[in-house]
Design a protein around this ligand. Structure first.
Ligand code: OFO
Length: 185
C-alpha cells in the first residue's frame, strides 16, 4: 500500500490516466459489439478480427491500470458508455472501427500534451508506447478499409466479399509501421 508521499503523478495526470484507462475499456467493448454483430451476420473472419482486437484494447486498459498504480496513484474502475447500435452494413462496421481509432488517437495525443505541459517525463515516456500503437492500429484498420473497398468493387458478385471475409480469419493484428519499412529492406 502506497502512502500519499509515494505518489509520483499529479492529481490531474492521475485523473486523465484514469479517464484514458476507461476509454480503452470502451474501445474493447465497442470492438466486442462489432465482432458479435459480424458473427451474427455470418462474417466469421470479420468477427474473428474484431474479437482479437477487442482483446488488444483490453490489454491497453491494463497497461494504464498498472502504470497508475505503479506510480503511487489509484486506478479507479468506473462505468463505460454503451457501444453504438448495430451497424447497418459491413462497410459501416469497418468505418466505425476507423472512427474509433481516430478518436482514440486524439485522446492519446491530449494526454501527451498534458504530460509535456506538466513536465511529467515518466508519463510522457509511458505514453510514447501508445503513440506508436495508434500509428500501427490506424494502419491496420486503414488496411482493412482498403481491402473492403477492393472486395466490394464488383457489386454483382458475392465472391469478393466472401474471399474478403475468409482473408481475415487469423489475420495478424500487427500493422506494419510505415516508418519501419526502410529498416526491413
Ligand atoms: Fe487502444 O489502441 Fe486502438 O484504440
Amino acid at each position: 500500500m502506497m502512502s500519499g508521499s509515494d505518489k509520483r503523478i499529479s492529481d490531474s495526470i492521475e485523473q486523465s490516466l484514469n479517464q484514458q484507462m476507461m476509454n480503452e475499456a470502451f474501445q474493447a467493448q465497442a470492438y466486442l459489439a462489432l465482432a458479435s454483430w459480424a458473427e451474427v451476420n455470418n462474417f466469421a473472419g470479420l468477427a474473428d478480427f474484431f474479437y482479437k482486437h477487442s482483446e488488444e484494447e483490453r490489454t491497453h486498459m491494463f497497461k494504464f491500470l498498472e502504470y497508475i498504480n505503479a506510480r503511487g496513484g489509484e486506478a479507479r474502475i468506473t462505468g463505460i458508455p454503451a457501444p453504438l447500435d448495430n451497424p447497418a452494413s459491413v462497410e459501416e462496421c469497418i468505418e466505425r472501427a476507423w472512427q474509433h481509432e481516430l478518436d482514440n488517437s486524439k485522446k492519446i495525443y491530449a494526454l501527451v500534451d498534458q504530460a509535456m505541459a506538466e513536465k511529467d517525463w515518466a508519463t510522457f515516456n509511458f505514453m510514447q508506447w501508445f503513440v506508436k500503437e495508434q500509428i500501427e492500429e490506424e494502419a491496420l484498420i486503414d488496411g482493412l478499409r482498403d481491402k473492403y473497398a477492393l472486395a466490394s468493387k464488383d457489386k454483382d458478385s458475392n465472391a469478393n466479399l466472401y474471399s474478403f471475409d475468409r482473408d481475415l480469419v487469423g489475420a495478424s493484428q500487427e500493422g506494419d509501421l510505415p516508418r519501419d519499412a526502410s529498416l526491413e529492406e
